[in-house]
Design a protein around this ligand. Structure first.
Ligand code: 6PG
Length: 260
């Protein structure tokens, strides 16, 4: 009897956790299903260890998931006071700027949740203590992560990621190498505006128990297909992220159009 193979596995999948691919009929269903899945993941983490840690991402698909979660009746089952929120990347803009991922997440979801403010770990803003120095801001966030993890990275139960049409995740872009020795890096030449950002690096993202790539839209199908084809991390960062336990590709039918 051969060992059951993972139905989502492809030759290019990284070693380590299992890979699951789920295709939903449309973007609205994807957002609702991802929100429901997130509630269960947070509940399971809290049942297992009394708290949960979630890494948020930016972008329009993520915003739809946050909106679905904000409306999800089961969200009240989560003890939000024992959830740590981190960001996978941030646009390096003044605090409260409408284009900041933090601003958009707060508007879509966070401001309506009974969170512990001390457990909401936003990335530094460009008008913060480091001023217009993204490298210093990245180092500050790295220090915050280390402090939370007792000298190591804290445990991330789930990292949420969107994918760009170029197969970027967070602010890790193709052919824009970052110092993988850093846990958090500044980005000064982002192809996706705004140009200056802060991002967790791929090794940091890959420490998560689970990485969820939530992707909708036909314009992302090429990036999904490239990432799932085993392309290099340099060409398709989305194909180089994986959870230690599981990597979930949560797609709508359009984004899955170029999957074999
Ligand atoms: C950002 C995001 C970025 C985003 C993807 C997908 O700061 O822009 O973190 O990585 O998730 O570009 O964005 P859309 O969902 O809007 O296509």
């Amino acid at each position: 009897m051969s060992a059951p193979t993972d139905p989502g596995a492809l030759p290019g999948d990284p070693a380590g956790g299992a890979t699951t691919v789920v295709v939903h009929p449309d973007a609205a269903t994807l957002a609702e299903a991802a929100a429901a899945r997130l509630v269960v993941a947070l509940l399971d983490a809290q049942a297992a260890r009394g708290e949960a840690a979630l890494v948020l991402t930016g972008g329009s698909v993520a915003a739809h998931v946050y909106g679905a979660l904000a409306r999800h009746r089961a969200r009240t089952a989560v003890d939000w006071s024992r959830v740590d929120l981190w960001w996978g990347d941030e646009r390096f803009l003044p605090a409260g700027h409408p284009d900041r991922n933090e601003t958009q997440a707060r508007a879509a979801l966070l401001d309506g949740l009974p969170l512990d403010p001390g457990r909401v770990h936003a990335m530094p803003a460009s008008d913060g203590p480091d001023g217009e120095d993204p490298e210093a801001a990245a180092a500050r966030y790295a220090a915050a992560l280390a402090a939370a993890g007792g000298g190591r990275l804290p445990r991330f139960d789930v990292v949420l990621l969107g994918i760009g049409p170029d197969a970027h995740v967070a602010s890790v872009f193709p052919d824009h190498p970052l110092d993988a020795g850093l846990t958090v890096s500044a980005v000064r030449d982002s192809p996706k505006p705004p140009p200056t950002r802060i991002t967790l690096t791929l090794p940091t993202l890959n420490t998560a128990d689970e990485v969820w790539l939530i992707v909708a839209g036909r314009e992302k199908a090429g990036a999904v297909g490239l990432a799932r084809s085993g392309a290099s991390a340099a060409k398709a960062p989305a194909g180089a992220v994986h959870g230690r336990v599981r990597t979930r590709w949560l797609l709508d039918r359009d984004a899955a159009a170029e999957l074999r």
